[in-house]
Design a protein around this ligand. Structure first.
Ligand code: ADP
Ligand code: MG
Ligand code: MG
Ligand code: MG
Length: 402
């Protein structure tokens, strides 16, 4: 009987061969731990001779960046591999192909995406991806709208809700995104100068806290679609041809706006970051224009694709067939996307897990200014979310602020 053990670079090749017999005879093997995430171990195993390679991702029974003091249900890896397999079919391969999931070792052996870059990294080098809007809106429509009650038989959908119940990972989001950044919590990663600023602008703002709590309860109670659950630019592999979305261990049935909001927030933060980091004025202008267009078009193309596909996919025979209902449904996603955008921006500034876009700003004064600006802009997105009904509304809010 096989038993669980923690993989390392010396064990992972033998493990892959045992499970898949993937490599040719007499290979010239190179193994690296390439994980940069907070939670799991990720290895690349490559045969230099044939060029063949695989990725092995192993979940540990605790949070990797904290250690055994923060235990975490290891079943998340099962959810992740199940979702990857489902989404691979739903999206014609916009996620890595899973070769094998191992229930004893909690490992997923999957396609190596070394010819892609993490989108956050690409954007920080001012790269542009002209096909991204079309690709990500396809991904969102196919993985979200098609797993909702709009397109699914209601009983089948409820079976999925049950299958993808993910309480521990949801609790992480509830705490780290919707709760802790909004008070002086122990786990916050907050610069000293941000403490009084947060007190004055966020922690004592009762009407803001009320709105954030409404958004938190939407996250907890709105089992709308099968979310990725962590759809920021660090979970998207990209190149000029394609995207591949990775790392869906936070998947569960939640509000569509949680995925779209995470994405928009991270594009917004890249925009703010570019404004102070980029020293080449022409490049700066071009990249910021590209980001604005991308934010606007992601929202507008998402709406257009939903409206277009709606009559063909709708299952219920009530008012939900009508364009008016479709508009109401999508308006609600827009409004909550703006709300989630704000929450994600605040948590990435003062919460436990930050982003390179902000923390990587080298000049200390610029970094401080952007942190403060980011929080104030986030408040606008949250408090004015009911007015955010077009892509233009999302970028006007941003431009008006910078
Ligand atoms: P975590 O859950 O710990 O955040 P991720 O799934 O995000 O783990 O993977 C961490 C890193 O490992 C990614 O940012 C990426 O650099 C690398 N990685 C993950 N999956 C692949 C893959 N299929 N191909 C190539 N690199 C990958
Ligand atoms: Mg990750
Ligand atoms: Mg992650
Ligand atoms: Mg992860």
């Amino acid at each position: 009987m096989k038993e669980f053990y923690q993989l390392d670079v010396n064990k992972v090749y033998d493990y892959v061969q045992q499970e898949l017999n993937f490599f040719d005879e007499n290979p010239d093997i190179e193994c690296n731990e390439i994980g940069d995430g907070n939670l799991n171990l990720v290895f690349r195993v490559k045969d230099r001779k044939s060029g063949k390679s695989v990725i092995v991702k192993q979940s540990l029974p605790y949070v990797r960046c904290v250690g055994e003091d923060w235990p975490l249900n290891i079943d998340r890896s099962k959810i992740e591999s199940k979702l990857l397999e489902m989404e691979y079919k739903l999206t014609d391969g916009s996620v890595p192909e899973v070769y094998k999931f191992d229930e004893v070792m909690y490992t997923t052996i999957m396609e190596d995406l070394s010819d892609y870059v993490i989108m956050r990294t690409g954007l920080l080098s001012y790269n542009q991806y002209p096909k991204f809007v079309d690709q990500i809106t396809d991904f969102i429509v196919k993985t979200l709208l098609l797993t909702s009650d709009i397109a699914m038989d209601h009983k089948d959908k409820k079976a999925y809700v049950k299958e993808f119940i993910n309480p521990q990972l949801c609790e992480i989001t509830e705490d780290l995104v919707y709760s802790e950044p909004f008070f002086d919590a122990k786990r916050n990663n907050i610069a000293d100068y941000m403490k009084t600023f947060m007190e004055e602008n966020v922690w004592n703002d009762k009407s803001l806290l009320m709105e954030v709590t409404k958004l938190k309860f939407d996250f907890m109670n709105n089992a709308q679609a099968l979310l990725h659950g962590d759809l920021h630019t660090g979970s998207i592999f990209i190149n000029q041809q394609n995207i591949k979305v990775i790392d869906p261990e936070f998947a569960f049935y939640g509000p569509i706006a949680y995925d779209t909001g995470a994405l928009i927030a991270n594009l917004v933060m890249n925009y703010l970051s570019t404004n102070v980091r980029c020293k080449d004025e022409k490049l700066k202008k071009k990249h910021m224009r590209y980001l604005l267009d991308t934010i606007r078009d992601v929202m507008d193309v998402f709406r257009d694709k939903c409206m277009k596909i709606w009559p063909d996919i709708v299952r219920d025979n009530m008012a939900c067939r009508t364009p008016d209902f479709a508009k109401w449904y999508i308006d609600d996603i827009f409004v909550n996307t703006a709300g989630v955008t704000g929450c994600e921006m605040i948590r990435r500034t003062v919460g436990l897990a930050h982003v390179q876009d902000i923390d990587g700003i080298e000049d200390e004064r610029d970094r401080e200014n952007i942190r403060k600006l980011n929080v104030l802009l986030a408040k606008e997105y949250i408090m004015n979310r009911h007015k955010m009904l077009t892509g233009k509304d999302f970028i006007d809010c941003l431009v008006g602020f910078t």
